[in-house]
Design a protein around this ligand. Structure first.
Ligand SMILES: Nc1nc2c(ncn2[C@@H]2O[C@H](COP(=O)(O)OP(=O)(O)OP(=O)(O)O)[C@@H](O)[C@H]2O)c(=O)[nH]1
Ligand SMILES: [Mg+2]
Length: 469
């Protein structure tokens, strides 16, 4: 790097760090596995903020409630080399006629918001009555999040982890074709590219099957195998875990050592780069989990999601830090656990979902509160697609919800089931017990007349940003 460029980047870095230390900038980690609702959440959050002045839907967001918000705007992002988050496109889809959900995310993108507010600080409000808070958010495919754990694991340790997972159903049966093929390879022999490519393809097929709606598994590594992004077809994705660890490694160009080298290259060139550029420093975090999905599928999907989220959360830096330390090292000091798509249940079930999510993530919860991090758990819907209603069933009035299912054109009323207050035993996860269907986004007469309909987005905003104003 030449001197001028290096001075320029150092000064940018210093400005950014100072801004963050003095509460003028917040980098928000929107953490969630694939399909948990990240893109919809980011879109709704931006929509709520840029329509905040005429937004009657944010009573719990205190800066608005106190009438101190001056407005919010999307401004140029800090890193011009990263694609911009396509907010306009997402809103066009969500609020179109017919409305549609955004496509699954296939690459990284970034957005920056400037939020103007009147200061209430007794010392600064006369000197600088109007302040600006910059909010940075990135969006990325949820699959990639699972790779962060690889940074801690050698190729052999990672392979052992996968072997243990494949010992149990449904992975045992689903991995059969890959395992049969792999078992025929002498991994200490000289590597044949075509055979290696085939082994890696069969492993990738196995991951795709695990991910399918039928099995709904989430702990799928490496993440780029199911969402390759711009690495599609690259040799760096051509490897797979070992089924056994041989005593001999073979020649330098053996299957074993070739796959080990590819794994290490994947870790360094793909995962570490992703981590360093986008995940190394955050101030605030929201963890989005689609817990309702696990009810529809069953106990294995539940344990898989629970383990995947708890695992992912070990990759972030947590802790309460004072001003001085914040100038040198930023850590997450507030973390919100959010059960998404809460519009899939009747309003009286919201506290049950929150309780359920708490039980699911109690390990991670304990670890972060130990570090002094403030946490909260909320059931949210970034875009509310249903209305609460009542219906008569066997002579009794029961609560239900009304919305347009994803594969239908007209609304239906349905009773989705009650969320248990305890995690059910494995044998009690019966398929017929729950009926959480996917809904179409609501049709809106005026996209710009206030924020999108939601559940508890204002509480989420208050928790994540409220103290910064
Ligand atoms: N009813 C309802 N459905 C939602 C809501 N948010 C997300 N969904 C559903 O969840 C799906 C996934 O949401 P996304 O925001 O695309 O999920 P993501 O986490 O960005 O997924 P990836 O990009 O694949 O990692 C959507 O297509 C909707 O079907 C919500 O607030 N309410
Ligand atoms: Mg997405």
């Amino acid at each position: 790097m030449n001197n001028r460029l290096s001075r320029f980047t150092t000064s940018l870095y210093t400005n950014e760090t100072v801004n963050r230390a003095f509460d003028r900038q917040v980098k928000l980690a929107v953490t969630g596995l694939s399909r948990s609702g990240k893109t919809v959440f980011i879109t709704s959050l931006i929509h709520q903020l840029i329509h905040s002045l005429d937004n009657p839907r944010l009573p719990f967001f205190s800066v608005i409630n106190a009438g101190r918000l001056q407005g919010a705007k999307i401004i140029p992002q800090p890193d011009i080399c990263i694609p911009s988050f396509r907010y306009d496109q997402a809103i066009e889809q969500l609020c179109g006629d017919p409305p549609n959900w955004p496509q699954p995310t296939s690459g990284i993108s970034e957005i920056r918001l400037a939020i103007r507010y009147r200061s209430q600080h007794p010392l600064t409000r006369h000197i600088s009555p109007i302040n600006t808070l910059y909010l940075d958010i990135i969006d990325y495919p949820g699959e990639w999040l699972l790779d962060l754990q690889l940074l801690e694991l050698t190729y052999e340790q990672w392979s052992e982890q996968i072997i243990r997972l494949c010992d149990k159903e449904p992975r045992f049966s689903l991995s059969q074709t890959w395992r049969d093929f792999f078992n025929q390879i002498d991994i200490t022999a000289v590597c044949d590219d075509a055979i290696l490519r085939k082994a890696s393809q069969l492993y990738t097929d196995f991951l795709h099957q695990c991910k399918s709606a039928q099995y709904g598994l989430t702990l799928l590594q490496p993440g780029r195998f199911t969402m390759a992004g711009d690495l599609k077809g690259a040799p760096i994705l051509e490897f797979c875990p070992l089924l056994y660890i041989p005593e001999q490694t073979g020649e330098e160009n053996s299957f074993y050592l070739t796959m080990k080298k590819r794994y290490e290259a994947y870790k360094e060139l793909v995962v570490r780069k992703f981590y360093n550029e986008h995940f190394a420093s955050f101030d605030r975090q929201i963890v989005l989990a689609d817990v309702l999905k696990t009810f529809n599928i069953g106990y294995t999907a539940f344990t898989d999601m629970r383990d995947a989220i708890n695992m992912v959360l070990t990759s972030f830096r947590y802790g309460k830090v004072g001003l001085f330390k914040r100038l040198f090292g930023l850590k997450i000091d507030k973390l919100l656990f959010a059960a998404t798509k809460a519009d899939h249940v009747t309003p009286n079930q919201l506290s049950n979902i929150e309780n359920f999510l708490q039980l699911m993530l109690s390990k991670a919860h304990n670890d972060v509160t130990f570090e002094g991090v403030t946490t909260e758990t909320l059931a949210i819907a970034a875009v509310k697609c249903t209305q609460a209603a009542t219906t008569m069933f066997q002579g009794q009035k029961i609560s239900c919800i009304k919305g347009v299912p994803i594969d239908k054109e007209t609304p239906i009323a349905l009773f989705p089931g009650e969320i248990p207050t305890e995690i059910p035993m494995p044998e009690d996860w019966i398929a017929e017990r729950f009926n959480f269907v996917e809904f179409k986004p609501p049709r809106l007469a005026n996209v710009h007349g206030g924020g999108l309909p939601h559940i508890r987005m204002d509480r989420a905003l208050e928790f994540l940003l409220g103290d910064k104003f």
